[in-house]
Ligand binder design. Structure first.
Ligand SMILES: Nc1ncnc2c1ncn2[C@@H]1O[C@H](COP(=O)(O)OP(=O)(O)O)[C@@H](O)[C@H]1O
Ligand SMILES: [Mg+2]
Length: 584
């Protein structure tokens, strides 16, 4: 029997319900508004009263309206067909544009129940299996999509029968399993899982041991993110958080991409829908959307659904990770999610923490980030979720609670600077403040030494030092004037400008420059370090400036030219000539 209740209080999306049966936290309920059922989630239970947050507008709701509790938490529907879909936080299918404007109380099915999938069994009768073990496979686009023993199954099961290879829809039985009490259970291609509970069907979760290439130089070379790692991009409005995340999505070395657009402006989100289906995946030459799921809650949708969107996105990633795939989860912006938490907490009149955020904000963020990671599955294969979230601190203040809490949870920090964005030095990632803690991992150091170069990290540190020295020189020049400092200061400054213009800056909108594999990054860095090691002799600072500007010009042209092509080599020759003149 499901519990029921009646509405006794309404503060915007927060509704108090008097219940007449047991109700638990995070349980889903529906409020009947003149025949329209509004979905809501229980966030607090005190005695007979439950506080529920409604995922939609509560306009017209009144005291006395009936409520039915579902005796289950908010769940994601998992199965083939998730990829290339666009959902809202409750997994309503928004693939058709009208979907963005779903009517209140209307919920759509996330998966197509009619579509037939080419199914091949992987298990055989007699096999002993447990939750998440692979029973069969379908091709989702071109990705192998494993049909698994549902994550909710407890203990060991014996495969009784498997359906033979053929075309089936997601509701047809593809295997029958027998539990230890001799009961038979049918398994289909779809299952459900509560989004706020991490899927923990794996053998172990070791530390990440390789990097995930993003094609973005300031990330891969200066502060690489691990495959299965976590990172975040804080930055004021308009500094390039979304553009940077999209660059990572376009080139990130992952099998599956899930983008959670959380509380951003509707027109930005519509841009994603229209832009992504057109994009071609540089790794496979296929449509990027074939391996992408987009979850979006725009700022004109109720705040409550924002929280759901990040959890739904994470759950979808965990599902694909259990198939042994590399997933990339991008959330933009996690501040909007935190703001939703704050609004609810304030309406419940909870004792507030810093800046009126919930007291447990830090724990909520850490728990969420900790769901990412590399795992070793029960069958010994590995899967990974790399997670990068953006944070939009009000006024760019990095001391605010969401940024501080995220800093504790994420291991890479890519801070965007207003100053760099104002000068159009994109991506505006601060070369000095940013860091990757993975560079300190012996596993990652070993990986870089083996896959890039033995002394790669030394080179990277050298590059970071060039920036630091350049900044110091610039400060001195600003204080003492162009003629008040020795010529070497100008040289130091321009050497760092060269690195900045040629390496740190990268045009996200150029087909060639935006895509920079690590091999090319290494080539460019070597070239820059070679120039940096030279001692130049200039008669005056104008000559120094003009000479370096010339070099920057040539090197930037190279960035816009196909790697090692004839034109590319022509530029290299021009550069060599210029270097032979040695500034004199
Ligand atoms: N890497 C980049 N290359 C070129 N232009 C960029 C780059 N990053 C940001 N921009 C410019 O900055 C604008 C704002 O970026 P956006 O990602 O929307 O900011 P945010 O999400 O931080 O508010 C973009 O529309 C674009 O013109
Ligand atoms: Mg943005």
């Amino acid at each position: 029997m499901k519990s029921t209740g009646k509405v006794i209080g309404i503060v915007s999306n927060l509704v108090t319900v008097e219940t007449n049966g047991p109700v638990s936290e995070n349980e889903i309920c529906y409020i009947n508004l003149d025949g329209t059922l509004l979905m809501a989630e229980v966030i607090k239970v005190t005695g007979k009263n439950a506080s529920v947050q409604v995922f939609e507008s509560t306009r017209g709701l009144k005291n006395g309206d009936d409520v039915i509790f579902e005796d289950k938490m908010l769940e994601a529907t998992l199965g083939p067909g998730l990829l290339s879909s666009v959902y809202d936080g409750l997994q309503n299918n928004l693939t058709t544009m009208e979907g963005v404007f779903l009517k209140r109380g209307e919920y759509t099915d996330p998966l197509d129940h009619k579509k037939l999938w080419d199914y091949v069994p992987l298990a055989k009768p007699g096999d002993k299996v447990e939750a998440s073990d692979w029973l069969g496979e379908v091709k989702e686009g071109w990705l192998p999509h494993k049909i698994m023993v549902p994550f909710s199954f407890k203990g060991e099961y014996t495969v009784k029968s498997v359906t033979k290879a053929g075309q089936y829809n997601i509701d047809e039985t593809i295997a029958v399993l027998t539990d230890k009490d001799g009961e038979d259970v049918d398994v289909t291609m779809t299952q459900k899982w509560p989004v706020k509970v991490a899927i923990k069907c794996y053998r172990e979760k070791p530390r990440p041991n390789k990097i995930m290439e993003t094609g973005v130089r300031v990330i891969d070379t200066l502060n690489p993110i691990a495959e299965g790692g976590t990172g975040f991009i804080p930055g004021p409005f308009g500094c390039g958080k979304t553009v940077l995340q999209h660059s990572i999505a376009k080139q990130g070395d992952a099998d599956v991409i899930v983008m959670a657009a959380c509380g951003e402006r509707a027109n930005e989100v519509v841009e994603i829908f229209t832009e992504f289906p057109e994009l071609i995946d540089p790794h496979t030459g296929r449509h990027l959307m074939d391996r992408t799921t987009i979850i979006c809650n725009t700022s004109n949708m109720p705040v409550a659904a924002r929280e759901a969107s990040v959890y739904t996105a994470m759950t979808i990633c965990e599902y694909y990770r259990a198939m042994g795939l590399k997933c990339l989860l991008l959330a933009d912006s996690t501040s909007r999610w935190a703001q939703a938490l704050r609004e609810m907490s304030n309406r419940m009149e909870e004792l507030p923490g810093a800046d009126a955020f919930p007291v447990d904000l830090s724990a909520i963020i850490s728990n969420f980030y900790s769901r990412a990671g590399m795992v070793v599955l029960n069958n010994g294969k590995t899967g990974a979720i790399t997670f990068i979230g953006t944070v939009s601190p009000a006024g760019g203040n990095l001391k605010e609670p969401v940024t501080e809490s995220t800093k504790k949870a994420a291991r890479c920090f890519y801070g965007l600077e207003q100053n760099r964005a104002d000068q159009k030095r994109y991506p505006a990632v601060s070369p000095i403040e940013s860091y990757s803690k993975y560079l300190e991992y012996p596993e990652i150091q070993k990986y870089l030494a083996e896959t890039v170069e033995a002394d790669w990290i030394e080179k990277v540190n050298k590059a970071k030092n060039i920036i630091r020295l350049g900044k110091e020189a610039e400060e001195q020049i600003n204080i003492l004037g162009d003629d008040g400092v020795p010529m070497s200061y100008h040289e130091t400054y321009w050497k760092s400008e060269l690195l900045d213009f040629v390496f740190l800056q990268q045009d996200a909108f150029d087909a060639i420059d935006s895509l920079c594999p690590i091999k090319r990054q290494k080539y460019m860095l070597d070239l820059i370090l070679e120039i940096n090691d030279k001692k130049f002799e200039f008669d005056n600072f104008e000559k120094c400036r003009d000479y370096f500007k010339n070099m920057i010009n040539i090197l930037r042209q190279m960035n816009y030219t196909e790697f090692e092509s004839e034109n590319f080599n022509n530029y290299k020759e021009q550069l060599t000539k210029l270097l032979e003149e040695n500034g004199k």
